[in-house]
Design a protein around this ligand. Structure first.
Ligand code: NAI
Length: 355
């Protein structure tokens, strides 16, 4: 636990909870990084880890990221995250495991709100909701906003426009070339929005059927998954998995902008510096991909979920990205640091007001 504890202390997390429910084969970690702006919201991740320390470290790191994402998105929501370590057998079954996790969440009396993340599904969220109200990302039948992907795609689209405007001094995207890595829920929606604006598309996905869809419906050019990095393009949009922007891929990039939906796009913090040295503009992932969390957070608003408010907030993402890029240029700071500074400023102002 040495690594996890040093992270906890250095990054100022408020609370770390570890729950054991051996009867259902569950160990759950809930990390609350900062609740100044409101209850801590962040998804529930279920995957295998090499060690318990690794799992706790992941929860802490992801919770901190949610603090910045939620603050920057203008939400009255803090940052948290949970990690579930499940026995491979799940002993009594998946439903029982999530019911037990719901009791863990409930015991925090609303300080933490969970949502879907890697390894968990909307159905799991539905199970949690039978035991605790402190969940977000519910299906429309349960009073939620449904699939977040279209909203995330909209924010990424506006962010890409902001990046292009910075370089070309026009918001018109006609004739711009964008390469998209990953045509899942977000990537395909984004592709559709871009093509409507006259953007030329190059795409890659490890699933051939998604590529075929993009060719047939959108007239996209498909390249091999490894070849996507070296495509000559204006914007490279990572919308697949994390850490695809790394030392090796940066050396291959032939774009002017990296702006996409994937969480934790940079393999290491040093990679943003590498992008800058190559003259490539970077839209920080946690600023540009906030559409999904904006949708989820809306369920906790007084009066319940309101789609028009979600649209209004998602429309702010492009402006936030533009502000970050402008401040980055004027200050010489990396865009990621500027984004964290802006998020922290909002939290500091809320603390000062309360004091
Ligand atoms: P998804 O799982 O629906 O789609 C990912 C796509 O990437 C799949 O089609 C998959 O075949 C493809 N893929 C995987 N590895 C690849 C590779 N090496 N090269 C090319 N394609 C590859 O995921 P979704 O929902 O579209 O999200 C995309 C990214 O955005 C993820 O990293 C996710 O964490 C992040 N994100 C998603 C949000 C949402 O609202 N869905 C919100 C914020 C972030």
């Amino acid at each position: 636990m040495v690594r996890a504890f040093s992270e906890l202390q250095s990054q100022g997390h408020e609370q770390l909870c570890i729950f054991q429910r051996p009867e259902v084969g569950l160990t759950a970690i809930i990390a609350i990084h900062d609740s100044t702006l409101g209850p801590a919201l962040g998804g529930c991740r279920m995957q295998q880890y090499d060690s318990f320390d690794e799992a706790v470290y992941d929860a802490l790191r992801l919770a901190e990221g949610m603090t910045y994402k939620n603050s920057l998105a203008g939400l009255s929501i803090g940052g948290g995250k949970s990690v579930l370590i499940a026995d491979r057998t799940m002993k009594q079954g998946r439903k029982e495991l999530f019911l037990a996790f719901a009791d863990c969440i409930e015991s925090l009396n609303g300080r933490y709100i969970t949502a879907e993340d890697m390894g968990t599904t909307v159905e799991d969220i539905g199970v949690l909701f039978t035991r605790t109200p402190h969940v977000a990302g519910k299906s429309p039948e349960l009073g939620g906003g449904g699939d977040p992907a279209p909203h995330t795609a909209r924010g990424v689209f506006d962010g890409i426009r902001a990046c292009c405007e910075r370089l070309r001094s026009t918001s018109n995207l006609a004739g711009v070339k964008v390469s998209i890595q990953g045509l899942g829920g977000v990537g395909l929606h984004l592709a559709r929005l871009l093509v409507k604006e006259g953007v030329e598309l190059v795409v890659a996905d490890t699933r051939a059927e998604r590529c075929r869809l993009a060719v047939d419906e959108l007239g996209a050019t498909v390249v091999d998954s490894e070849a996507i990095y070296s495509v000559e393009t204006d914007v490279f949009s990572p919308c697949a998995v994390g850490a695809t922007i790394n030392q090796a891929s940066i050396a291959q990039l032939a774009c002017r902008v990296v702006a996409g939906a994937a969480n934790n796009q940079l393999a290491t913090p040093e990679d943003e510096r590498r992008l800058k040295e190559r003259g490539i503009l970077y839209a920080p992932d946690f600023a540009i991909n906030a559409g999904g969390v904006i949708l989820c957070a809306d369920e906790s608003e007084e009066g319940g979920f309101t789609l028009s408010r979600v649209h209004e907030r998602v429309a702010g993402i492009g402006k936030t990205v533009a502000k970050i890029l402008s401040l980055s240029e004027s200050s010489g700071k990396l865009a990621g640091q500027v984004a964290i500074d802006l998020a922290q400023e909002r939290i500091a102002a809320a603390k000062a007001k309360r004091a």
